[in-house]
Design a protein around this ligand. Structure first.
Ligand code: FAD
Length: 391
């Protein structure tokens, strides 16, 4: 392990890897990423990988849209493969959220996103097996889809290494040394310290505990969320687009040749220790989300259960992440709290973090709504829906 580095990135999820790569691509190559276990072993490895654009605020909509271009051209832009699959994406709403839904789609269009409100007849063509008579409005994003979160993290890591960055696996950072004048001087591990003027904390569900050690008290919670895969009746439903259903509080997408992945986002459980949680789905969750899915896609009543698992979100009170520098500690940056929707933003998170670190501020997109001080200022970015994954 090196004893000095120009920057140390703590955490090898998709965010840490994207940041490492983007710093290297901008010329900061004498860097080290520390990962406590394996790359993608946290939230990233459990992520559903949905890449859709429907958000209720500009900062996320812009990040998702600009990230989509990177996902779609990953081989040329970054190098390697993120396994992006264009499926198209439908968002369904009932009467309750109709006005805000229309406002959100208009905002998304104003930032350039290819999305529109489509008729039920249009949906019958795009997804003939779907029941839509209960919908007040449906939006369609033809260019959205999904990608492979672990594969994306690994691709960023591989490219960063090619550019000169180093990665140390199974090496948890135990702390950050801060000088009496309030500057980052080193990151410590069980195997020694790495002198550095710059540390980025991208530790996902471990962030609250890690940051508290340094007196940084952010309202972050690790929350457990389940996902299941169902084997489709292929004769009746060979394929379908991805979807986010505000009425039934489910999201879904095709997985491989014959599976449908289904998650919920709202059924959650706070986890005290991110290393100890039940990784299998509960019977009640399977029944609940399957029933909800059948309301939208009735032929899924004939599906077979295939598998399921649980993973952790890093939740904040407004379901928005924190991407910021720590004002009181020179050289310390925080990038965490992505709740259930961070993967789709990860390409731009790396770009913006590199701007913040190297240029002093993010210029491509205004990320001030994601500043850490918003919690004490009481200026939260409250999501417009009750559906937690569509903030
Ligand atoms: C079930 C589920 C479904 C999801 N579905 C979607 C989706 O469809 N679309 C979407 O956009 N997003 C989705 N997300 C959210 C997305 O996966 C996350 O926002 C994203 O993966 C967060 O990445 P991260 O790098 O911040 O965190 P993580 O992937 O958790 O990475 C943090 C890393 O830090 C390491 N670490 C922790 N402490 C230390 C330490 N002290 N030293 C060194 N390393 C440390 C951990 O081992 C871990 O590898 C989903 C998440 C889950 C759990």
């Amino acid at each position: 392990m090196p004893t000095t580095a120009d920057a140390v990135i703590i955490g090898g999820g998709v965010m840490g890897c994207s940041i490492l790569y983007n710093l290297a691509a901008r010329g900061l190559k004498n860097t080290l990423l520390l990962e406590r276990d394996l790359l993608g072993s946290g939230s990233t490895g459990r992520s559903s990988g949905a890449v859709r654009m429907h958000y209720s605020n500009e900062v996320h909509a812009r990040m998702a849209w600009q990230s989509l271009e990177i996902f779609r051209n990953f081989g040329q832009t970054v190098g390697g493969d993120c396994s992006f699959v264009e499926t198209g994406y439908l968002i369904f709403t009932g009467d309750t959220d109709l006005d805000v839904f229309r406002t959100n789609v208009a905002m998304q269009q104003s930032v350039g996103i290819e999305t529109s409100i489509v008729s039920r007849e249009d949906v019958n063509e795009i997804a003939p097996a779907f029941y839509v008579d209960d919908c007040a409005a449906i939006a369609y994003e033809p260019r959205s889809g999904h990608a492979d979160p672990s594969g994306t993290a690994l691709a960023y890591a591989a490219r960063a290494r090619e550019l000169g960055a180093q990665i140390q696996l199974q090496s948890p950072a135990t702390g950050i040394e801060i000088s009496p004048s309030g500057k980052v001087v080193a990151v410590s591990t069980a195997d020694g310290r790495i002198e550095t003027p710059l540390a980025v904390v991208a530790t996902g569900p471990w962030s609250r505990r890690f940051l508290l050690q340094h007196g940084i008290d952010l309202p972050l919670e690790a929350t457990r969320h389940e996902v299941i895969h169902l084997k489709r009746p292929l004769d009746k439903l060979p394929y379908h687009p991805g979807g986010g259903d505000i009425t039934n509080l489910i999201y879904f997408r095709p997985e491989g040749a014959d599976l449908t992945l289904v998650g919920n986002g709202n059924i959650e459980e706070v986890v005290e220790d991110p290393e100890i949680y039940a990784s299998r789905p509960s019977q009640s969750f399977i029944q609940e989300v399957w029933t909800r899915l059948v309301r939208r896609i009735p032929v899924m009543a004939e599906a077979e259960y295939s598998t399921g698992y649980a993973g952790l979100y890093t939740s904040t009170p407004d379901s928005h992440p924190v991407i910021d520098r720590v004002e009181e500690i020179d050289g310390l940056y925080v990038c965490t709290g992505f709740s259930g929707h961070g993967f789709k933003l990860s390409p731009m998170v790396g770009v913006l973090m590199a701007e913040l670190v190297l240029d002093g501020r993010a210029t491509t997109i205004d990320i001030s709504p994601l500043r850490m001080s918003r919690f004490r200022e009481g200026k939260l970015n409250m999501p417009s829906y009750g559906f937690k994954v569509l903030v």
